[in-house]
Design a protein around this ligand. Structure first.
Ligand code: PGA
Ligand code: ZN
Length: 429
């Protein structure tokens, strides 16, 4: 009975937006089975790995029959017989088989599903929960959650320009307590929204559908929701996803009726951190506007977490270049942005080597797959971004971390403020 791969099966299932996505199932000679489902982004960076979609009329072009066919025709024969515990070798084989710099031929959706399914199979073979298999005996922390309250941007018909209005509770002491607090903030925000007018459902990641006069109105409402919850030490975290708003030639804040230069955009971010309790900002500028990012980082990077998402695309080389240019102090890690588990881990290691914070992240299109809860914990990433506090494709991840926290028992250590780059953690003290 060995951990050699005996069977690889792909199938198409549905994601949280009701679009087709790829599931892979890997069976080992020992009988151990691993399964994983590819997520899908909506606000994607140009440097990301590319999903293979069928195009055409069916499913608005989002079909994944070609990606699934590639698993049967090419991926399975290439990795059957390999040892599932050799993740790096398998991921290398997947990259070589694809042969493109961005997984465009086989599709990042096919590749990521297989890569993660192999990981699950190896852990199952070792009879270990995935987080513990990944920890390899090292002490790991329970991640600090970053949880969306309002969803905007590309996830809500662009009702706000800012994409994610989130909260973080670095002093909660435990993951369970952080979720309890978030529940109260989320409900308080709902009550405030209701008082303003009709409460109209939720956005793609489960946050309240935004109904605001301006981006700052949203920030003010969130600040009031935190106060109304009665909890202290709750901070705001934003994903500007500025890539969707423009580039170095200018950024359009449609809701505010403003067009900002890069310098003005940097100024706006800095000003917001003075007026609102903002602890973290993701992608304050476009993916290639490193000048604006560096200006923001130079001004507030000593007290505010500045996360690179579209700018880094979970790519170790881009992390290195970004560190040299001083554009951020934290990296968002999305496995499907680069395509394989090993490449995502390399990006995380590169960020960590520069003293950055690291966040394992979901995509706006998700499923019941909870792999990221295990990656965030087992890799000791320190932070986990999943989306909001409704809808089971989100709650499944939060619930999985609750189980992990319970399984660790008294040994469980909540990352809290230690999840941030040292100057930011220091400023919180
Ligand atoms: P996406 O958004 O999954 O739609 O790309 C998530 C994010 O920007 O962090
Ligand atoms: Zn983002």
């Amino acid at each position: 009975m060995t951990a050699r791969i005996a069977r690889v099966k792909g199938r198409s299932l549905w994601d949280s937006r009701g679009r087709p996505t790829v599931e892979a199932e890997v069976t080992l000679e020992s009988g151990a089975v691993g399964r994983a489902i590819a997520p899908a982004g909506a606000s994607r960076g140009a440097h990301e790995a590319i999903d293979l979609r069928d195009g055409g009329e069916a499913f608005l072009g989002f079909g994944v029959d070609r990606a699934v066919a590639g698993i049967a025709a090419e991926i399975a024969p290439a990795i059957i017989g390999m040892d599932a515990r050799e993740q790096a070798a398998i991921d290398r084989a997947l990259c070589e088989l694809d042969g493109t710099p961005n997984k465009a031929r086989l599709g990042a959706n096919a590749v990521v599903a297989v890569s993660m399914a192999v990981l699950h199979a190896a852990a199952a073979d070792a009879r270990e929960p995935l987080w513990r298999w990944l920890a390899e005996g090292r002490k790991v922390r329970i991640p600090l959650p970053e949880i969306q309250i309002f969803g905007g941007g590309a996830h809500a018909g662009r009702r706000t320009d800012v994409q994610d209005f989130m909260v973080m509770c670095p002093r909660a002491g435990s993951f369970r307590r952080a979720l309890d607090i978030t529940h109260d903030v989320f409900r308080a925000a709902g009550r405030l929204m209701e008082a303003k007018g009709p409460l109209s459902g939720v956005a793609d990641e489960g946050g309240w559908w935004p109904n605001f006069a301006s981006n700052e109105d949203a920030l003010e409402t969130l600040t009031r929701a935190i106060e109304a919850s009665g909890h202290r030490d709750v901070y705001i975290s934003l994903d500007i996803a500025a890539n969707e708003l423009g580039d170095e030639s200018g950024y359009k804040l449609a809701l505010d009726g403003r067009r900002l230069t890069g310098a003005e955009m940097a100024g706006r971010m800095i000003e917001w951190t003075k007026r609102f309790p903002i602890l973290s900002i993701e992608d304050p500028a476009g993916q290639d506007d490193w000048k604006t990012m560096a200006a923001v980082n130079a001004a507030i990077g000593n007290r505010v977490q500045l996360i690179g998402d579209d700018v880094l695309v979970t790519n170790a080389e881009r992390v290195e270049a970004a560190a040299k240019a001083g554009v951020c102090n934290a990296a968002l890690i999305k496995v499907n942005q680069v395509g394989t588990v090993s490449e995502a881990k390399a990006a995380l290691d590169a960020a960590r080597a520069h003293g950055w914070g690291t966040l394992v992240s979901a995509r706006s299109g998700e499923t019941e797959d909870v792999t990221i809860a295990h990656l965030a914990t087992g890799w000791n990433a320190g932070q986990l971004k999943v989306g909001s506090f409704t809808r089971s494709e989100r709650m499944a991840k939060w619930n999985e971390v609750l189980r992990i926290e319970e399984a660790m028992g008294p040994d469980a250590e909540f990352a809290g403020a230690s999840a941030f780059a040292a100057p930011v953690a220091e400023a919180l003290r």
